[in-house]
Design a protein around this ligand. Structure first.
Ligand code: UD1
Length: 428
């Protein structure tokens, strides 16, 4: 298993391009199942999670061509699909559950294992299943497998509510949307998730011939069509990757320009940076953290994670790393995944002063962090540890970096290009 060895204390300086959004490309790859014709994708990130999804598609008989490392993939689903997604692949990543909607729409039935993925708290799929039931499907689960069966004559349009106590479910919105595009009649999704990745999927489906209106709002209307066809689609930039590199610049006090991103997707995050006293210049597709005077500290700034356009839960851990060095106390409140605090104990090892209070964390900024060995536990928690390592005195060793490889394309070479001292080693 690889580890990262980081020597902290370097101001980052330079430009870093953002790749395609992990949370967009995974469901879009699943959407390729909906047609027998070819789906051509551009701006595909080279990530472990993408390889997992490609593995599932190949297992289902899809022809996948192109170079993932070159950003392009072409996928063509076969005429006949055996709609069974095996546990060995599905357990690796929660997003693989999003093949269920497309398989159900295309084949009239599907068997998919309960998903795996990042392990923060209980992550149910009840809203996904309720949505399929609303479209007329029969849902059963037995021995860790969810089986869904469309009614005679196929799925039929319906009114579906997708809210959860924590806001809308992003995954359920996409899964049910993909099932509904081939249903008979009109489906209205109420309480739909408004994340940019939902809109990107809808755009891809529209390019394939689907009739979808209102994506990006809480009410999405879908007029079912008989079939979908070939399309070409460019995946949107990853706003979480962009936000992570902005935090890297702000933490180290350097000038970091994040390129090929969409500033409009990061409004709540930019607002938090502004409150923290981080100056960020912006253009149409770039953001640049401005350098900070040596010794000047950031203002403590509270954040609460919320559905889009609120502060994203996927940047909560990175923000906590930033506030660990702020000049005072800030409160980080998690409202989407109440137990998403695995990074907290590891940040303590680096000398941070943070304590948990219910679903919030109280972060008392300290003057300095000091390097230590820490354990990556989930994707974004691990990114927070790498960020903290960039400013900790001495050497930080981040173990189990495969979590980071799931969602960041070669983070160590991107940070090294910005001047960080970071290297990947095989753990002995
Ligand atoms: C997606 C993102 C993930 C992000 C999350 C929230 C992908 C591949 N992953 O995950 O990076 O952190 O959105 O923005 O896009 N819930 C239920 N029942 C359900 C489904 C969800 O109660 O059936 C709850 C969840 O436990 C959670 C909340 O709803 O508290 C939001 O989860 P959801 O939006 O579904 O997250 P994912 O789609 O899994």
């Amino acid at each position: 298993m690889d580890i990262f060895v980081i020597e902290g204390g370097r101001r980052l300086e330079g430009r870093v391009p953002v790749v395609g959004a992990k949370n967009s490309v995974l469901p879009i790859l699943a959407a390729s199942i909906l047609t027998q014709e070819r789906l051509e994708l551009e701006n595909v990130p080279d990530l472990a999670d993408v390889r997992t999804m490609v593995g599932i598609l190949r297992e289902l008989g899809c022809d996948v061509s192109g170079e993932q490392s070159g950003g392009r993939l072409g996928i063509q689903a076969p005429a006949e699909i055996d709609p069974v997604a095996p546990w060995e692949l599905v357990r690796k990543m929660r997003a693989s559950f999003e093949v269920l909607g497309p398989l159900l729409a295309r084949c009239g039935r599907a068997d998919v294992s309960f998903p795996g993925g990042c392990v923060f708290g209980v992550r149910p799929v009840d809203v996904h299943l309720k949505g399929f039931e609303a479209l007329g499907a029969e849902v059963r689960h037995e021995a860790g497998i969810v089986s869904v069966l469309a009614p005679d004559g196929g799925l039929r349009g319906a009114e579906v509510f997708l809210g959860t106590p924590f806001g809308s479910s992003v995954g359920a919105t996409r899964n049910v949307m993909m099932a509904a595009v081939l249903a008979r009649g009109t489906t209205v999704l109420h309480g739909a998730a408004c994340e940019p990745e939902v809109v990107d999927l809808a755009e891809c489906l529209r390019a394939m011939g689907a009739q979808i209106h209102g994506a990006g709002s809480p009410r999405i209307e879908i007029e079912g069509v008989a079939s979908l066809g070939a399309a070409r689609h460019r995946v949107i930039p990853d706003r979480i990757e962009a936000g992570t590199y902005l935090v890297a610049g702000a933490l180290t006090g350097g000038r970091v320009r994040v390129e090929d991103c969409r500033p409009e997707d990061l409004s709540s995050v930019l607002d938090a940076f502004w409150k923290a006293g981080v100056s960020i210049e912006r253009g149409a597709d770039w953001l640049e953290v401005q350098p900070r005077e040596a010794g000047a500290r950031l203002r403590p700034t509270d954040i609460t994670t919320q559905p889009h356009p609120g502060f994203p839960t996927d940047l909560q851990a990175q923000w906590m790393a930033l506030m660990a060095l702020a000049d005072g106390v800030s409160i980080v409140t998690e409202r989407i995944f109440l137990d998403r605090y695995m990074h907290l104990a590891e940040l303590l090892r680096l000398g941070a002063h943070i304590r948990r209070q219910g679903s919030a964390a109280v972060v008392e900024g300290v003057q300095r962090l000091s390097g230590a060995s820490v354990m990556a536990s989930d994707l974004r928690a691990s990114a927070a540890l790498v960020l903290a390592g960039l400013v900790a005195d001495g050497e930080t060793r981040v173990h189990r970096v495969y979590h980071i490889d799931r969602g960041y394309e070669r983070i160590e070479s991107r940070l090294a290009n910005l001047g960080a001292r970071i290297r990947r080693e095989k753990a002995s």
